[in-house]
Design a protein around this ligand. Structure first.
Ligand code: DGP
Length: 116
């Protein structure tokens, strides 16, 4: 069953978030618990719980995640220094919110890709 998460409320502006970008397909906002100077989440406006739920018809919105990530990286001044994009999936992947989201992290030298 597909259940809405807090991210749907952020998209609908029912709860506050520091939104840095939005269009008809995706919304991007600053993570509430930033792990780096820039830590922004980019999410499809459509509820896709996990990567496992991705369908061929989602290609446009998923491509938009990358287009917006590149735009945000420029705006945040981290495009040249570099950054990391992360999409967690399910328990072993560390996913906490079941509304697919891309993390964009940068603004400092990031540690090894996996800490454990
Ligand atoms: P993940 O572990 O990949 O599911 O990451 C979920 C992220 O969502 C985590 O870094 C914290 C962030 N987050 C959770 N709830 C909220 C919220 O209400 N507002 C914002 N801005 N971020 C949230």
């Amino acid at each position: 069953m597909t259940e809405e998460t807090i991210f749907s409320k952020i998209i609908r502006k029912e709860i506050p978030a520091d939104i840095v970008y939005e269009d008809g397909l995706v919304t991007a906002f600053r993570d509430i618990n930033p792990q780096a100077p820039t830590h922004i989440l980019i999410i499809p406006n459509k509820l896709i719980p996990t990567v496992n739920d991705v369908k061929p018809e989602d290609e446009l919105v998923l491509g938009r995640l990358f287009v917006v990530a590149a735009k945000i990286a420029v705006e945040e001044g981290i495009a040249e220094s570099g950054y990391r994009l992360i999409i967690n999936c399910n328990k072993d992947g560390g996913q906490e919110v079941f509304h697919l989201h891309m993390h964009i992290l940068g603004g400092r030298k990031l540690g090894p890709m996996l800490s454990s």
